[in-house]
Design a protein around this ligand. Structure first.
Ligand code: PMP
Length: 378
């Protein structure tokens, strides 16, 4: 044969996820932790690495890690499912509760993977756009859920990339209104400290997602987990890849979770740095930053796309450009980095905006000279 049969027609409208592997001195683009895991933990691994059983398949259900996570959350191991990053679990949920003829309620602008995975799994996306201040349109969501045909709701709490959380009363209303599976995505829980965990007993349709990628410095290991009813976990286990979480990642995440108190002071430090970033941005003319409960800050600035390019090309600072996303026009997102990284970012911003103003004054001046001559009849 000299040709290939077409793939699924739905793929025509999808493009592969572009993780934008752009090199820069200061990378504040993916909400990662600025530091590697602490030195003592690295040494602990280094000592034991020669005896690590690389030749063996991993434990398919990550028993040890599940047990630890369960204990920390006052649950049983059967209430926990560990995945290859939160991303995999979002996909698995859509495989189990979505699919052709089924519907996801999405509240954009939000984490793009909800919509992408819905498309891949043939799930219809019902979108209810957030308001101008990024608050969820609560009335519209509750009204739509009352129609009774939604199968899954996904809500990032705090929301990415906007940083805000929804009122707990609204989330409870959602849970009271629908029997859809409600995923409250708490990927940034360790920063926000807001959790819907206390509502799990009363609402069997509530599932909570967490990750090791942010507060625990393990984005490269790809480990996330969900908390849910045993019956829900059992259904999701039917669609998951049995060995998706590799043995090394399980080993590292288990140790890190055991040592999680060590991360507390760094989390506090990151939150202080976040405040410094917010203040720094507030002082810049023409920049509007939005309140955040996570380890990133969304801000609005004129000609955001050009500013993003200037940051990268003139200052080697990489942040995330959302300016072409509907509802996020002229918005950029910066991850809270180390003190030095945040300082470099703020200095670069100051530089670029000062240059812009000077260029503006020059052009305005030129216009004014021409203009005034005409207007005054000189
Ligand atoms: N949910 C949200 C809201 C996120 O921002 C992210 C990461 N960007 C994830 C889930 C997935 O994280 P991971 O796959 O790294 O666990």
């Amino acid at each position: 044969m000299d040709r290939i049969r077409d793939p699924r027609p739905e793929l025509e409208f999808l493009t592969p996820y572009d993780a934008k592997d752009i090199k820069a001195d200061v990378v504040l683009a993916s909400n990662e932790h600025p530091d590697n895991i602490p030195g003592e933990i690295l040494e602990w691994f280094a000592e034991r690495l020669p005896r690590f059983p690389f030749n063996r398949y991993p434990d398919p259900t990550a028993k040890e890690l599940r047990k630890l996570v369960a204990e920390a959350n006052g649950l049983d191991a059967e209430n926990i499912l560990v995945g290859n990053g939160g991303d995999e679990l979002i996909f698995d949920i859509l495989l189990a509760w979505g699919g052709p003829g089924r519907k996801l309620l999405d509240m954009p602008p939000t984490f793009a993977m909800y919509g992408i995975d819905a498309q891949v799994t043939g799930t219809e996306v019902v979108s209810i756009q957030r308001k101008a201040d990024f608050a969820v349109d609560e009335e519209a969501v509750i009204a739509r859920l009352s129609e009774g045909d939604i199968d899954i709701v996904m809500i990032a709490h705090p929301n990415n990339p906007t940083g805000n959380i929804s009122p707990e009363t609204f989330l409870i209303d959602v849970l009271n209104t629908t029997d859809a599976l409600v995923l409250v995505d708490e990927a940034y829980f360790e920063f926000s400290r807001h959790t819907m965990r206390p509502h799990m007993e009363r609402h069997p349709n509530l599932v909570i997602l967490r990750t090791f990628s942010k507060a625990f410095s393990l984005a490269g290991m790809r480990v996330g987990y969900i908390l849910g009813q045993e019956s829900v976990i059992r259904e999701i286990m039917k669609v998951r890849q049995p060995y998706s979480v590799n043995a090394f990642s399980q080993w590292v995440a288990t140790k890190v979770f055991r040592e999680r108190v060590v991360f507390q002071s760094e989390i506090r430090e990151l939150m202080r740095e976040r405040d410094r970033l917010l203040h720094g941005l507030e002082e810049l003319q023409g920049v509007e930053s939005f309140p955040t409960e996570a380890n990133f800050v969304l801000f609005k600035v004129e000609q955001a796309g050009a500013l993003w390019r200037d940051l990268l090309h003139s200052h080697s600072v990489l942040i995330r450009d959302f300016s072409r996303v509907p509802g996020l026009e002229d918005c950029l997102r910066v991850t809270v980095g180390s003190t030095e990284e945040n300082t470099r970012f703020l200095e670069a911003m100051r530089d670029i905006l000062t240059q812009r103003r000077q260029a503006q004054i020059m052009t305005n001046g030129a216009h004014a000279r021409h203009g005034s001559a005409g207007e005054l009849g000189y």
